[in-house]
Design a binder for this molecule. Structure first.
Ligand code: DAH
Length: 340
């Protein structure tokens, strides 16, 4: 009987330790210590034992019973603690809202990548600028009427919010590291606000200065950009224009993606998006000798080309996204922003 008691005890202890919750433990208690339990049966059989061994056996059974009860009590505590702590990995998690880059940031990344692939280096120049870099150094003396085209915010008499990224041209030249192949993308500011203008918008400005730079380099770069940013079939054209900081100056047009540069739709109607097959991208030209001089570069040895376009406009032309009011881009309305 000794052996039976000790094997029952070890079975009980090992099974008790393996229980995970109160119910399992209770089932075990009933199996061993219940009215018809296996240990209870041993206690009941005590009376059949020879009287001289009964006392010793009784003591053993009592001690064992105490051990079983203590085991139950400790295990009960263990399992309730475990249950409280339990992590239920079947409950669906709470998904934190994940945002995405703003449309304009996506546009800046894409535009930069196209130019960086052909050796342009990304630059950033101040948004709060002096009159010299925004105008004077770009061949626009203080009395010149052309300044009026940039509806400028003045901060202090000699400081302004840069109205175009062309302010980076002379700054880049002044670094004195030739040749130059920079792409300056930054915020720009103008005093205008309506459905197609925001007071703060973005421009990207390309500037290349080296020996023997010609219009063909400008045209080649623009065609490369048009194909790689807008698509293989797109072409550009240069239209004569006038900017003070370039000579000659151009406006750059690109073939319309909707009518494929024809100005006509398959239905025979004329295309509503463009003017006779062309869309206007932005300005460009060969850097004016006075601008090179302002940047301490000798115009008899070096020449260059430059271009400057609006990021928002360029991106909308690519994606075909039509925004009824461009100011929505800078609103905080997530219903609008989440679409892109
Ligand atoms: N800065 C001009 C604007 O904001 C755009 C521009 C025209 C930039 C000709 C250039 C350029 O670099 O060569 O309207």
């Amino acid at each position: 009987m000794h052996e039976e008691v000790s094997s029952l005890r070890s079975e009980f202890i090992s099974r008790a330790l393996a229980t995970q919750n109160h119910d399992e433990l209770e089932a075990l208690r009933i199996e061993f210590l219940g009215r018809n339990g296996r240990f209870t049966a041993l206690l009941k059989s005590l009376k059949d034992i020879e009287p001289d061994k009964r006392r010793q056996m009784g003591e053993l059974l009592n001690q064992t019973k105490k051990i079983l009860e203590e085991t139950l009590a400790t295990q009960e505590k263990e399992t309730t603690q475990k249950e409280e702590k339990k992590f239920d990995d079947t409950i669906p998690g709470i998904q934190p809202p994940i945002g995405h880059l703003h449309l304009v940031t996506q546009a800046i990344d894409e535009i930069s990548r196209v130019f960086m692939d052909i050796g342009f280096v990304r630059r950033r120049y101040p948004e709060i600028e002096t009159d010299f870099y925004a105008f004077e150094g770009l061949n626009m003396p203080s009395t010149h009427a052309a300044r009026d085209e940039w509806e400028t915010f003045f901060v202090e008499p000699n400081f302004l919010l840069t109205p175009h990224t062309s302010n980076g041209q002379v700054r880049e030249m002044e670094r004195g590291a030739l040749p130059i192949r920079m792409i300056n993308i930054s915020k720009t500011y103008r005093r205008q606000s309506d459905i197609s203008h925001v007071p703060m918008f973005h421009q990207f400005e390309g500037l290349v200065v080296d020996q023997n730079i010609h219009i063909t380099h400008l045209k080649g770069t623009l065609d490369y950009f048009a194909k790689n940013f807008f698509g293989e079939s797109r072409k550009t054209r240069l239209r004569p224009y006038n900017f003070r900081f370039t000579e000659p100056s151009f406006e750059i047009d690109i073939t319309c993606g909707v009518c494929n540069g024809t100005g006509k739709l398959p239905s025979g109607n004329s295309c509503k998006l463009c003017k006779a097959g062309w869309l206007e991208l932005g300005g460009a030209g060969m850097v004016h000798p006075n601008v090179l001089k302002a940047g301490k570069i000798d115009p008899t040895k070096y020449s260059g080309f430059a271009f400057g376009w609006g990021v928002e406009r360029t991106y909308m032309m690519k994606s075909g996204i039509q925004i009824p009011d461009i100011r929505m881009l800078y609103s905080t309305d997530l219903r609008f922003l989440r679409q892109f």
